[in-house]
Design a protein around this ligand. Structure first.
Ligand SMILES: [Fe+2]
Ligand SMILES: [Fe+2]
Length: 270
């Protein structure tokens, strides 16, 4: 299967790039399944129901969320009505919605998608992501009832994400990090056959500070004082992520490609 994963959609420019390009890429790259993190799609913070529907309508099979999952309050009720949206498994015991699911890909094939939050350098003390991921992978072993599996680790620390990759090696098709909004250059197949990249990067504007208009972050770093709110940068967004080619019978990866297209980042295509 050809599975595309795209990192955090940031603001209007990120949404516009998804709308404009995803339907064409689905055909051009013969994609069987698409996962997109949407946690920053609405004004840079969270995801509204309307924007969630737009990303799904553009061709995403699953939209995932991270630490900003419920910044837009309407998501608290909407997520229970839309199984194609996942919040992190370890977000909190009382959180509505699900953190993992099995979804339909092309030709009747099934894909497990699960998202977990890291613990290192995160704002809240989230529960252990390793045990959450272990549970879901034990329930869906490779070569079993699902033909592919995508584990997203939404975390700040590269070390924690790398450890998650090795923890899942040979048990998942893809382990990919999100949350830092900057793509890493370590796209690879791990020894056990799991595709891995520490961070997918974002679908947002790179002439910015991690997707936000650069004036206010610069002011805060330089003066130590806040004056305005953060707002998403505008301009041409880069779509960033990975495309993994999986083997239906083993559930593991055959090939993985970094994806970066649009905007100022050096282009990477499958
Ligand atoms: Fe994010
Ligand atoms: Fe995040």
């Amino acid at each position: 299967m050809r599975v595309l994963f795209l990192g955090d959609v940031v603001g209007r420019s990120g949404r516009a790039a998804i709308n404009a390009r995803l339907p064409g890429l689905r055909a051009e790259w013969r994609l069987d399944f698409i996962v997109i993190n949407g946690e920053n799609a609405s004004a840079g913070m969270g995801l509204t129901p309307d924007h969630a529907r737009a990303i799904l309508d553009a061709g995403a099979d699953v939209v995932t969320l991270g630490d900003h999952a419920f910044d837009q309050k309407d998501m608290l009720s909407f997520i229970s009505t839309e199984p194609r949206i996942l919040r992190p498994m370890n977000f909190g015991k009382g959180a509505p919605g699900q953190g993992a699911g099995v979804f339909q890909a092309t030709r009747g094939r099934k894909v497990l998608v699960a998202v977990a939050l890291g613990q290192v350098f995160m704002k809240r003390p989230f529960a252990d992501p390793f045990s959450a991921v272990d549970d879901v992978l034990r329930a869906h072993p490779p070569g079993g009832a699902v033909q592919a599996s995508v584990i997203e680790i939404h975390a700040e620390a590269t070390s924690e994400k790398t450890a998650m990759g090795h923890f899942c090696d040979g048990r998942a098709s893809l382990v990919v990090g999100t949350h830092t909004h900057v793509p890493t250059a370590d796209t690879m197949l791990l020894p056990g056959g799991t595709a891995y990249q520490t961070d997918a990067g974002m679908c947002g504007v790179h002439d910015s500070v991690i997707g936000m208009d650069k004036a206010e972050p610069l002011r805060r770093f330089i003066t130590g004082m806040a004056r305005d709110r953060f707002t998403p940068a505008t301009g041409e967004a880069t779509l960033s992520g990975v495309l993994v080619e999986t083997d239906d019978s083993t559930g593991l990866a055959r090939k993985v490609h970094a994806i970066r297209t649009g905007g100022p980042l050096v282009e990477a295509l499958p």
